[in-house]
Ligand binder design. Sequence first.
Ligand code: UDP
Length: 454
Amino acid sequence: MENTQEPRLQVAMVPTPGMGHLIPLVELAKRLVYHHKFAVTFFVPSDGSSMKLQKQLLQSLPNSISTIFLPPVSFDDLPEDVKVETRIALSLTRSIPTLRDSFKVLTESTRVVAMVVDFFGMDAFAVAREFGIEPYIFFAGTAMVLSLIFHIPKLDEMFADEYRYLPEPVKLPGCVPVQGIDLIDPIQDRKNIAYQAVLSLCKGHRLAAGIMVNSFMDLEPGAFKALMDPTSNLPPICPVGPLWLDEQPSGSVLYVCFGSGGTLSQDQVNELAIGLETSRQRFLWVVKSPHDKATNATYFGVESIGDPFDFLPNGFLERTKGVGLVVPSWAPQAQILSHGSTGGFVTHCGWNSTLESIVHGVPLIAWPLYAEQRMNAVLLADDLQVALRVKAKENGVVGREDIAEYAKGLIAGEEGKLLRNRMQKLKDAAENVLSPDGSSTKSLAQMVEIWNNQ
Ligand code: UDP
């Protein structure tokens, strides 16, 4: 497909809401356009929340990447406390008729060779197959979580009780053991409707024509080997990550950010502020207004509710002037992590944030909040040993003294040095897998070869 005269083959991408879902899919689209001469069209569902950041991102892309925003769906009939996973899945389910119409138009005007959806996108499989197109999954998390996804239907049959009461940690093939309490959020409450929805998504994963994973061999060799074993009878699994590649040396500022959706309680915001202040380390904190009930209150909206500065302890901003910088709601994270002065990252362990940190060799303080983040923390702290994992007190709050210790330990302590050295090795490995002969480059090329031969 080197001939530029021929129209480009087309890949349809269907992300579900959340910047954490869209950003890596956009990186995959760029790779397909720049390295493999495809054209990509995004079909973006929404629930009517502000799409400002999504639009900014999608409008900044090259011409061969187009976007169709599907009409917003309504959630007016849902109870207020419905889980975020249910809303994400429903935003696509309810967009299926409009997706079908727009997708039909695309298939009439171009040669579509594949549809790529994310974890919550299984409902779109039927649309793809109606038009004779194979559906693929882009899995924006770890191989370890993907392994759990395939294991959940078995767990569901084997245990009747909540998984946090499992007598033994779960042993996924090729992975470090995980305690029941650390498994992904939406399966922690089996009575919630999100549980059944996720269970059916898990079963649906076996129906994909292939699964691309935003991780790489050297990071999770055991998990990938098991998933790719022919006797596992799974769809072809391709490690194509990490989908980031800027480079800069690292330094001394602690970057603190809990992703697009992560929020803390008012008590926790106070403890974190005082902990950072008393650590006497430099910091850059992306702060959001507190939320006492949910840990993912800004998932759909991203922007903070109200002025987050109103919720900081009295005099905090003045006392930390020159040492700390506080940014409301959103900061250019990939740039910050690539900046020479960034020496550590307090993260909610979202997988994109984690990969961005690995690519720049920045060690972590792992502070998981929701979704699959506790499992990522287990991988980072117990297996790869590139993170300190925070411990909450009995009241669920991580204390100021502990926060100050983690910050000092990571930026200035001996343990920080060890973590940084290990992270440096992962950074080198990430660079290698993306070199022309690297394992992720080859793995993506194999998938593209199938699409080219459609
Ligand atoms: N991000 C950002 N600025 C922020 C917060 C997040 O640029 O202030 C980006 C971050 O670089 C990452 C994505 O948003 O690419 C968050 O994805 P992740 O998987 O880490 O977490 P999620 O938001 O999905 O929980």
